[in-house]
Design a protein around this ligand. Structure first.
Ligand code: PDD
Length: 280
């Protein structure tokens, strides 16, 4: 496998950054994960717009323009002979002697792009069964809307899920489910309303989330952006999660208790199909 690191395409095994990279020292950086199917980026503009917003929030100047970034990502795909892939883009503030404040004289940001194979058929098979989630306290900072590489709370929550044999952790703050450790969380109420947490500073505003809302509205389905509790989720008709890595994925159990009879619901299936149709 080949990775792009600061201007060079190198074997992944040799791809490395300086130990004084601020991404390594302080998690002072941001990232994006984009899905590519058949060589085409899904929701490309959304992901690149969010990358710009994350960079702006951290006052990191984009190391390359959007066209160049697209070319680099395409070249990484080409060199890895990938048509269906997850592309990972990471930008950090760069290399400087360790000191919390930004370097006095700005340094060039570090840019890394990698890609790994994505198996859409495998994802379809998983979606036919659904996944389980566990709840975990949301102990993250107040700017979860920035797609920062500082992911320790997410890592710990995901590990708790893995330990419990679940796929995802749904994070709970003040009694409300904010989102998953690496996905957005949704339920479908008895009244048929599709509910997901509003895009505040408490969640990462998912690009898949936004497109799924648009798809739902195009189908004249009712989407309500409001917080919901874990108890409400347990009573829901259906639950599902969204992310670039999962598209729309039915959730069939929360904390070991079945949702929707333990089988994927019609709404999640419909939205998954609509999302795929929209992007493909
Ligand atoms: N995660 N919420 C969190 C905390 C996330 O990390 C992600 C994505 C999402 C969904 O966003 P999107 O629909 O734009 O992928 C929500 C990526 C996939 C990751 O960290 O691997």
């Amino acid at each position: 496998r080949i990775a792009y690191v600061n201007g060079a395409y190198v074997p992944l095994a040799e791809a490395a950054v300086n130990v004084e990279d601020r991404g390594y020292q302080f998690a002072d950086g941001v990232y994006e994960v984009c899905l590519v199917v058949g060589g085409r980026f899904w929701d490309e503009e959304g992901h690149l717009d969010r990358l710009d917003r994350s960079l702006a929030a951290l006052e990191i100047a984009p190391p390359v323009g959007r066209r160049a970034l697209r070319l680099i990502a395409s070249e990484v795909l080409r060199r890895n002979r990938l048509r269906d892939a997850l592309v990972y883009i990471q930008i950090t503030r760069g290399v400087a002697a360790r000191n919390h404040a930004f370097p006095m004289r700005p340094v060039p940001p570090s840019l890394v792009v990698t890609a790994k194979r994505f198996d859409l058929e495998k994802s379809e098979r998983l979606a036919a069964i659904g996944v389980s989630v566990v709840t975990a306290p949301d102990i993250r900072w107040g700017r979860a809307d920035i797609k920062s590489v500082s992911l320790l709370p997410n890592v710990l929550a995901k590990q708790a899920a893995a330990k419990a044999g679940a796929t995802e952790a749904w994070l709970v703050r003040d009694g409300k489910v904010t989102e998953g450790a690496s996905s957005n969380a949704w339920i479908v109420t008895e009244a048929g309303e599709i509910v997901t947490h509003p895009a505040t500073h408490e969640i990462l505003s998912g690009i898949t989330r936004r497109t799924v809302i648009d798809c739902a509205e195009a189908l004249q389905l009712k989407v309500v952006e409001r917080p919901f509790s874990a108890a409400e989720a347990l009573r829901a008709q259906e639950a599902f999660l969204t992310s670039a890595t999962n598209l729309v994925m039915p959730v069939v159990a929360i904390d070991g208790r079945k949702i929707g009879g333990g089988r994927p619901g019609p709404m999640a299936r419909r939205l998954r199909e609509a999302y795929i149709r929209h992007c493909a």
